[in-house]
Design a protein. Structure first.
Length: 262
């Protein structure tokens, strides 16, 4: 699944619908048979998803004589539709908050497998408000494992979003971490890495024997354990504030370094 499909999933598309929408964009006006061939699916399955895409407002149908053809709604029109949905959702947020009965003092703890969990974490981090910041603590072992968890397209999507939104990465690494080459990143993603806004401090491994990976952002603390294929996330304002205080205390002890990827 490519980066475009992954984004469309957030707006009510499933994987098949996202791929069929992109296939029709490439074809222009097309019949069900042409779309099925382009997307590599059976005709009946393709038509089922086409009907759903018409209901979503992502496709339109037209006729040339007796031949029924389909055309994709222009991406900029679809983006405007997504904006309207977002605006509508924001308008009901106060009502939804009023319905919430969950005890605010109870931490929300989630455990997921590494790839799925890490994708979600980076999706949330790269969607933080413009000029926001997140904290990351990382050791060498975690870095080597981390870079292989996502595809080049996924890294590109997240890095571009972080750069575009000016999100600051406040990092606390061991010296061995920064000396580890980014061998799992292609040239394009390494260049994007250099464009990110970094605030970096380093501690030696004998002082800070950290090998794992942790993120602190918003009211969440996330721990990544690549070897065990686990990601554990704790959502709680008080717990997040405790970890922020501990992070900042260690950060003050570290040695400042410039962007090592430039």
């Amino acid at each position: 699944m490519n980066a475009i499909s992954e984004i469309l999933l957030h707006f009510g598309f499933n994987e098949q619908q996202a791929e069929i929408y992109q296939a029709i964009l490439k074809l222009g006006q097309a019949t069900v048979t042409e779309i099925a061939k382009k997307s590599g699916r059976k005709r009946t399955v393709t038509y089922f998803h086409i009907k759903n895409l018409i209901e979503k407002g992502a496709l339109k149908q037209t006729r040339e004589g007796r031949v029924l053809k389909f055309v994709a709604v222009k991406p900029d029109e679809l983006a405007q539709q997504f904006d309207r949905w977002t605006t509508d959702f924001k308008s009901i947020v106060p009502q939804l908050k009023a319905l919430k009965k969950i005890d605010q003092e109870t931490p929300l703890i989630e455990v997921t497998d590494s790839k799925r969990g890490y994708y979600r974490i980076y999706d949330e981090i790269s969607s933080l408000p413009i000029d926001a910041e997140f904290r990351v603590i990382e050791g060498k072992e975690a870095l080597v494992s981390e870079l292989s968890l996502l595809s080049p397209d996924q890294w590109k999507m997240f890095f571009e979003r972080i750069v575009r939104r000016g999100i600051v990465t406040k990092g606390l690494f061991t010296d061995a971490t920064l000396n580890t080459p980014s061998t799992h990143l292609n040239k394009e993603n390494q260049e994007l890495l250099t464009k990110r806004i970094w605030q970096l401090k380093v501690l030696t491994e004998n002082v800070f024997p950290m090998q794992k990976l942790a993120f602190i952002y918003g009211d969440k603390v996330a721990f990544l354990f690549p070897e065990e294929s686990l990601v554990t996330t704790i959502q709680h304002k008080g717990i997040a504030h405790i970890f922020i205080a501990m992070f900042d205390a260690l950060f003050a002890l570290g040695k400042t370094v410039e962007n090592p990827w430039k």
